[in-house]
Design a protein around this ligand. Sequence first.
Ligand code: ADP
Ligand code: MG
Length: 692
Amino acid sequence: MTIPELFGSNVFNDEVMKNSLPKEVYQSLKRTIDEGSPLDVSIAGTVANAMKDWAVKKGATHYTHWFQPLTNLTAEKHDSFIEPSGDKVIMQLTGKSLIVGEPDASSFPSGGTRATAAARGYTAWDPTSPAFVKDGTLYIPTVFVSYTGETLDKKAPLLKSMTALDAQAKRLLKLFGIECRKVNTTVGPEQEYFLIDEELFHKRKDLMLTGRTLFGALPTRGQELEDHYFGTLKQRVSDYMRDLDETLWSYGIFAKTKHNEVAPAQHELAPVFTTTNVAVDDNQLTMVLMKQIAQKHGLVCLLHEKPFEGVNGSGKHNNWSLSTDGGLNLLEPGETPESNSRFMLILACVIAAVDRYQGILRACVASAGNDHRLGANEAPPAIISVYLGDQLGSLVDSIVLGREYVPKKAIPGSIGVPSSPIFPIDTTDRNRTSPFAFTGNKFEFRMLGSQASVADPNIVLNTIVAQLFSEAVDELSGAKNFEKACKDYTAKLLKNHYRVIFNYNGYGPDWEPEAEKRGLLNNKTTADAVPEYFKRENIDVFVKQGVYTEKEVIARANIALENYVKTINIEALTAAEMAKRDIYPAVNAYIAELCSVISAKRAASEKFVCATDEEIAGLLCSENEALMQAVKKLERDLQEMPAGELAASQKMAHAVVPDMEEIRRRADFMETLCSADYWPYPTYTDLLYSVK
Ligand code: ADP
Ligand code: MG
């Protein structure tokens, strides 16, 4: 099979629909998919039957409503197509089974929106993301709602946020005389990950239970040589990536770029961008497949944000833009942004949205794993700011500060090698240190954790930008002199939100104090970031844009806190257990060995020097004792956990996490003293360098 033939071969895509559905049915469904018109329920039976016939030909025996509960993962319950017919069976998928499902909702997080007794939850087909066949099952993307109508997933609010942005963007474009059927947001999520040997993975309880190493002294070689980034792929890694690419292509996922990342054993995959809803589903499926395919290669794919201390962790870059159904990218500045009032207004709205709602933008990427990255000089700091680059930066400066604007043209550059071509040098440089950077014709939101769902940040982005668009339209629709009013309003927004623009090094030591002076938030832990959701203006924006009810916002924030508390609790219990049952006894055994060496030496001859043995044994004795004292402190803190998510999350962030760090500090130091034969776990060197 050629790659074009392979691409999408497991997907019930446009081509398959066109060929298998009656014309009117196809057109009706297409209107729903492309323009968001309500689904005509009467066509469901026909679509379901065509889907089932196609899936059965692909070897499917089951179907599942595939949904995204509030866990960052996807959920699925498989039903077979079989339907009794006399003493035989037929294969059937009814219209009703395609459209709605009813999984028991009681074991999914609901944040209190659903009483435990009211377990009913419904899944409903999302025709805008295509169904596919995987491992003998037809996967039907769905939203997940409770009996009382509250959303229990990430897809429903994402779709609502896209609808809100579409509506407000169309209103805004109308002011500029542009009519279109739909404004879509597009997303291209770059995904970082680690690959390690499967056998070693199973020797580490911390990796198995928490996804990250809770112990491990730094290897003598880390990432300081900067030789892994874009380095030659090792054979096993290359084979894995090839297998992954081909599988992703068969699911219609536009896997495009792959390379080694900064840390040893770290890699990245980037797809071509697509409509946000599909991009989110594709990213979920990509994460599942990354793990599954790793197994086939005797590897484990780690998606945790910080699998290893001391080397870079993994993130996900959310490249975000918006464009009309006609293909007009609304974040394209064109040659002369200074005279592109539409672009400037849209840019100002995005900047204003990011500044005003910085609290929830930070909160929506908060997780226990991501707390290790943000602000640790490998990812953007926990402070939200916007990078515009030289050209737009100086244009905005000129508007806000009244400076003269000298347009910077893309200049033809040459790399100075005679045979190399001349190419135009971009007008914007890259700034890898900014959490929210303009990169030519899109914004790149770089704070996402590697294992997070891409849905959350896009729900927030779409909602807050829709809000700013709607305010702009309300302000400008009656204007007598539209050009002037638009220019003034743009300038006003830029002036009011100028503080959020930061075009310099976000990792530098000056930025934190500077950001504080500017009044920007700097919520370093999940426990501190998530409560931003409870603020009045932040609840209001979701409610106004029809994305969440107040109850839903609060429920989601509570779930995020609850999840944080549970995650740290698991990590803490695992760390304590490893310290008590593995590390402490191992060190004691080595101390005993040293002691017997000392006595043996002494018995052999008075002249034998045992200074080193005694020194090491002594150090290990006191460190091992300190380790157990630290474990006791941790266990006390866990026992005295206050009630309620808010208080518990504070205790976790500011007591339990430091307790774990103290335990780790003792253990890692002992690892450097203890004989390799006695140490109970594969070391960082083993984990990071064993894949050939
Ligand atoms: P980088 O230098 O960060 O790798 P690229 O230009 O290669 O930047 O793009 C990175 C990601 O941005 C890719 O996934 C790409 O598909 C995505 N992207 C490009 N244009 C858009 C757009 N208009 N909307 C959303 N994502 C986009
Ligand atoms: Mg990038």
